[in-house]
Each structure stands twice: as structure tokens, then as C-alpha cells.
Design a protein around this ligand. Structure first.
Ligand code: DHB
Ligand code: FE
Length: 281
């Protein structure tokens, strides 16, 4: 039987990908950030999930305002790194997990989550930066990846509660897959940041830390946080953090916090990294 063994939360700041790609991780600005990632890297190297479901948002690389899906799942055998203006990142092609992805898709739709089914999708920094953070620079990514894309760009975004419940449905889907498969789920994006407009540069580290405390120990407290509160407290892009609620919903009610690291600022963002395991792992 397949099992969701753990959840990872991480920001997906594009400059982190650029620092990796251009060998800048030991420069003064980046050193403490990459040092802070080491325990999470070590954890995943030891834990070796077979499949990572990476919940992320596309930043107008694969989709555009012509069509916006609230939730989309990638079922293809592979996904190419997107060209975001400087050529595609020189990272391995992302290998999909079509059989499990189709199984999850069917289960989710039968559970009344109307997923958009994606057969072709270039994947941008929202997905490739979290892989670089956790796995560094391998020849091939050491796991299969199911990209699960959430609209956090175009209003109206899904509610945190809907995201949390989607996480629960993903867990149910995984656990009804008959092949022994270790699955980790990533929630990506956030924490507070605003890239545009009058409040560009906004960061609210205190709010983020409390939000992380609640995400780990009392997700019920934050699953009904309104979009307006996210916008006001964490900036226009801080709402990306609702994707972490999908990860959290896929785990037990009580989880073990294996690792947590924050650093402020990284680029324009309060960087957050979280590793959670179910108690019986
Ligand atoms: C930054 C963060 C993001 O999440 C993003 O998508 C783009 C830029 C930043 O901090 O610069
Ligand atoms: Fe982003």
C-alpha cells in the first residue's frame, strides 16, 4: 500500500534557484540560508520518498489569464523546466508518476474535487526551486514527482479550508493505491512577501512564525483565515502559503516537527522551511 510518510514546506524564491545554478551558495548573503537547509536535505536523503507530490503555483509560465485552473494535477511521464525569461534552468527533467497520478486524479474527482488534468506543462521556479532546496544538484532527481498546481495568482483563490480538505482527499487517494510507495507531499511558496504596488517589500515575520506554529500544532486555527487577512498581514504574494495547508491536510492531526528553519529576508521574502512526519513514522 502507498503511504504519505511526511510533509515538507518551503518557500520557492527564484533567486535561490539562481544561487544554486550559478554556484553562489557559499557567498556571504547565501551561506546561512543554505546552511539552514542542510538538515532537511540530510533528512530527505535518508528518508528517500519514492514519489513527491509537489503542491506549487505556476507563475504564468504554463498557464495564463486565458485559462486559470483552481487545482490542476500533472499526469505526464515528464515535465520540462520552464523558460522564465533567462532560458530554462539547467536542472534535470522532472520525471512524473503517471500511474499514481491518474489514480489520485480519479480518487479526487470521485471525491468531488474537480481537478484539471494536465498532460503537458513546463514547470517553473515554483516547482524546481523546492527540488533544488531538498536535493541539491543531482544528475537526475531521485524521486518521481506529481506536480499539483494551485491558483494563488488570480482572484478568487481557493480558501485555506478547501486546500486543507484537498490534502485530506490526497491522503485518502494515496492510501488506496495498492503498490508499496513512500510518498512525501510538499507545500511550497510564501511566506510573507509582496512584489508589487505601494507595499512592495512588505514582510511580516512575526505573523509568519505564529502561522507556522499553528500550521504544525493547530491547523484548525488558520484554515479559515480569510484572503483579506493574508493580503493585509502577509502581502499580495503571501497568500501562496495556503498551499502549505494542502500538505498539512495530508498528514495526521498530530505531527512531529522534524525540522524548522526561517531566514529573513531572502530576496523579497521571509524564507520558511518545515519538515513534518506522521507520529508513527
Ligand atoms: C520572490 C518570491 C516568490 O515566491 C516568487 O514567486 C518570485 C519572487 C522573491 O522573493 O523575490
Ligand atoms: Fe511565488
Amino acid at each position: 500500500m502507498a503511504k504519505v510518510i511526511a510533509g515538507v514546506g518551503t518557500s520557492h524564491i527564484p533567486a535561490i534557484g539562481a544561487a544554486v545554478d550559478h554556484n553562489k551558495t557559499q557567498e556571504a548573503y547565501w551561506k546561512p540560508v543554505f546552511e539552514g537547509m542542510e538538515p532537511a536535505k540530510k533528512w530527505i536523503e535518508e528518508t528517500k520518498p519514492d514519489v513527491c507530490i509537489v503542491v506549487f503555483n505556476d507563475h504564468a509560465s504554463a498557464f495564463s489569464l486565458e485559462a486559470t485552473s483552481t487545482f490542476a494535477i500533472g499526469v505526464a511521464p515528464e515535465f520540462q523546466p520552464a523558460d522564465e525569461g533567462y532560458g530554462p534552468r539547467k536542472v534535470p527533467v522532472v520525471k512524473g508518476s503517471p500511474e499514481l497520478a491518474w489514480h489520485i486524479t480519479e480518487s479526487l474527482i470521485m471525491d468531488e474535487f474537480d481537478m484539471t488534468i494536465v498532460n503537458e506543462m513546463p514547470v517553473d521556479h515554483g516547482l524546481t526551486v523546492p527540488l533544488s532546496i531538498m536535493y541539491g544538484q543531482p544528475e537526475e532527481w531521485p524521486c518521481e514527482v506529481i506536480p499539483l498546481c494551485v491558483n494563488v495568482i488570480q482572484y478568487p483563490q481557493p480558501t485555506g479550508n478547501r486546500c486543507f480538505n484537498l490534502g485530506k482527499a490526497i491522503r485518502k487517494a494515496v492510501e488506496s493505491y495498492p503498490k508499496d510507495t513512500k510518498v512525501a507531499i510538499f507545500g511550497t511558496g510564501g511566506l510573507s512577501h509582496q512584489l508589487q504596488g505601494e507595499r512592495a517589500g512588505l514582510i511580516n515575520a512575526e505573523y509568519d512564525e505564529q502561522w507556522l506554529d499553528d500550521l504544525v500544532a493547530a491547523p484548525e486555527k488558520i484554515k479559515h483565515t480569510s484572503h483579506t487577512e493574508y493580503l493585509r498581514e502577509t502581502g499580495s504574494e503571501g497568500i501562496e502559503a495556503i498551499m502549505w495547508l494542502i500538505m498539512r491536510g495530508a498528514l495526521d492531526e498530530d505531527v512531529k516537527q522534524v525540522y524548522r528553519f526561517t531566514h529573513c529576508p531572502v530576496s523579497n521574502t521571509h524564507y520558511g522551511l518545515l519538515v513534518l512526519e506522521n507520529q508513527d513514522e
